[in-house]
Design a protein around this ligand. Structure first.
Ligand code: GTP
Length: 597
């Protein structure tokens, strides 16, 4: 296909504004798939994604479209992940295309993720076509939303296309606008091969599948290629495109988007944003902006049943093969036994991996408190990264600590603004900006990431009855007065409950934690002190009083099978608990105790 007849684009939207439905419509109306093969939500492939209504892995589809001018066009749609955890992947896939459809639900208006994603598109110099979706609904108000797009985003929305992805209204206009308003890609066929690695994933039949955008040159089956980031070389054994089913073709030229397979065993060996060239006569000139994505949130994953440790190892290794941004190493905890310290791109990423281990591998897990990476500046001038509060060095050796901060953008209806400001303030936020767009306020806060990783998003949702939207970006490290708070149960420190907290909040946090633990830990035959401490100093304390009677006492003299049954029942209940010294702590305590109300 000549460059002039190619259009590459992505769709940017807030969750639920109709990105997948619109993509399905575009595919369907161009007969890219026969109707009977059309499953709902063609682009979201994993069950978890479908269930949670989020798109995690970028996918792509090639559409052939005969425009009203009679010419044949190739339209390549890249589906980008919609969640903040995957900001780097979004920004990379945006660099692989020249334009975006900006989809806004005309019954809702602009939301935080609309903004975050459209900024990625603007950064990538995209031509942007605004699309107002869901015009079939009575609450649709296109004029208001168009005005809001102009006010808040600052792009011309007077020609916004009015669409119902549900009924198909406006779909032809959308296709025509893609052809007319989005620029054709540029590139040189005779230049050395330069391709961007946009995404990769594991397929059980084909091995690792690599999604590429060709910038210059031509990629053919049988070529020997080299990845610029690590100089690894591979033999290309298959090239193709997604229509959306995989279709093998002979070559990919400049401006085209497609996949290659090259007997690559692990997704880890392919880095999003990397430059691919030919082994011989290749380019040395890497595409700008490549950085391997780094985990920002860490937590420990331990099997509830310690006999399942090997199964957990197996599950984690398998998941990691297919997810280069998920890291892990073995961890032993005095209390929890053998497990893994795992790194994630964010909380959603953590939840997805944890859910998959529990559901696909059927292993019950204890998840320890999520922690961010602190920078510890030692007296001797060196700096260490702290991934686990349990590894905090001796305080006398430490000069100061720095924590990661984020810039959070929150959009919220006026009525809830007060609650949102209070929440941000409570989490040590610094207000950077507050503006209005119609009846909605946009607040921008500088917040410590550690105050956000746990339950900030849940709290935000609950104080605003679900009306607020939220997005964030990392802004760097800053020094603050941070300390490690330990929890002692029956005088034994429970490492898995150690957290880093701000000194000024330690008492309140410690008190809340011990109170919660008192409710969560069942009574034992003896009295159990529960304490929060900093260094050697106890800052909060509760005592769980002893149980009066043995549960089996009432069976004394009774029949032995009944007593047996009772004990068995207790044993089964215990599986969900872990022993700490002499005390059993139930699994839910680890998460619940850390939630801040
Ligand atoms: P994520 O994949 O979670 O980012 O969401 P999305 O933006 O892809 O939204 P999706 O296409 O899943 O649509 C969200 C909901 O809106 C679904 O229940 C759709 O059926 C519905 N929807 C999408 N477009 C329209 C429309 O034009 N009209 C109406 N009435 N409903 C729509």
């Amino acid at each position: 296909t000549p460059l002039s007849h190619i259009r590459n684009f992505s769709i940017v939207a807030h969750i639920d504004h109709g990105k997948s439905t619109l993509a399905d419509r575009l595919i369907q109306s161009t007969n890219t798939v026969a109707d009977r093969d059309m499953k709902e939500q063609m682009l979201d492939s994993m069950d978890i994604e479908r269930e949670r209504g989020i798109t995690i892995k970028a996918q792509t589809v090639r559409i052939n479209y005969t425009a009203q001018n009679g010419e044949e066009y190739v339209l390549n749609l890249i589906d980008t992940p919609g969640h903040v955890d995957f900001a780097y992947e979004v920004s990379r896939s945006m660099r692989a295309v020249e334009g975006s459809l900006l989809v806004v639900d005309s019954t809702q208006g602009v939301e935080a993720q609309t903004l975050a994603n459209v900024y990625h598109a603007i950064d990538a110099d995209h031509e942007i076509v605004p699309v107002l979706n869901k015009i079939d609904l009575p609450a649709s108000d296109c004029d208001r939303v168009a005005e809001q797009i102009e006010d808040v985003i600052g792009i011309d929305a007077s020609g916004a296309i009015r669409v119902s992805a549900k009924t198909g209204q406006g779909i032809t206009e959308t296709l025509e606008s893609i052809v007319q308003n989005l620029p054709a890609p540029k590139g040189t066929r005779d230049a050395p091969l330069k391709a961007m690695l946009v995404d990769s994933w594991y397929d059980s039949y084909l091995g690792v599948i690599v999604l590429v955008r060709i910038m210059d040159g031509v990629l053919k089956k049988g070529d020997r290629i080299r990845m610029l980031s690590n100089n690894s070389t591979h033999h290309v054994d298959r090239i193709g495109v997604f229509r959306p089913a995989m279709t093998v073709i002979d070559e990919l030229g400049p401006g085209e988007i497609g996949f290659l397979t090259a007997s690559i065993k692990q997704v880890r060996d392919t880095r999003v944003g990397d430059t691919i060239t030919h082994e011989k006569k290749g380019t040395e000139d890497a595409l700008p902006g490549f950085k391997p994505s780094q985990p920002v949130v860490f937590c420990g994953l331990f099997p509830v049943d310690s006999a399942e440790f090997e199964d957990l190892r197996d599950a984690i290794e398998k998941l990691a093969l297919n997810d280069a941004s998920f890291s892990y190493e073995m961890e032993t905890s005095a209390a929890l036994g053998f497990g893994f310290r795992c790194g994630f791109l964010g909380l959603l990423h953590l939840e997805v991996i944890r859910d998959r281990i529990e559901r696909e591998y059927d292993i019950e897990l204890i998840t320890t408190a999520p922690s961010v990476i602190y920078h510890i500046h030692m007296r001797d001038g060196t700096m260490h990264e702290l991934h686990n509060p349990a590894d905090m060095p001796d305080l006398t050796l430490v000069d100061h600590l720095e924590e990661p901060r984020i810039k959070a953008t929150i959009l919220v209806p006026d009525d809830y603004l007060g609650d949102v400001l209070k929440l941000c303030q409570d989490r040590r936020g610094i207000q950077l900006d507050l503006t209005y767009a119609g009846s909605r306020a946009m607040v921008v806060y500088d917040l410590p990431l550690n105050e956000v990783v746990f339950d900030f998003y849940d709290r935000l949702k609950s104080v605003t009855k679900g009306y607020a939207s939220f997005d964030y970006a990392m802004i760097g490290y800053r020094q603050d007065n941070l300390v490690k708070m330990q929890v002692l149960v029956n005088d034994e420190p429970v490492d898995a409950l150690s957290t880093m907290v701000h000194r000024d909040r330690a008492e309140a946090r410690g008190r809340a934690m011990v109170e919660k633990l008192k409710d969560l830990i069942p009574r034992h035959m003896f009295k159990i002190p529960i304490q929060a401490a900093i260094g050697g100093k106890v800052i909060a304390r509760e005592t769980l009083s002893a149980m009066r009677k043995d549960v089996t006492a009432k069976c004394y003299g009774g029949d032995a099978t009944r007593k047996r049954k009772l004990l068995d029942k207790q044993k089964a209940g215990k599986k969900k608990m872990r022993q700490f010294g002499k005390v059993d702590i139930p699994q839910e305590a680890f998460i619940s105790a850390l939630k801040m109300d």
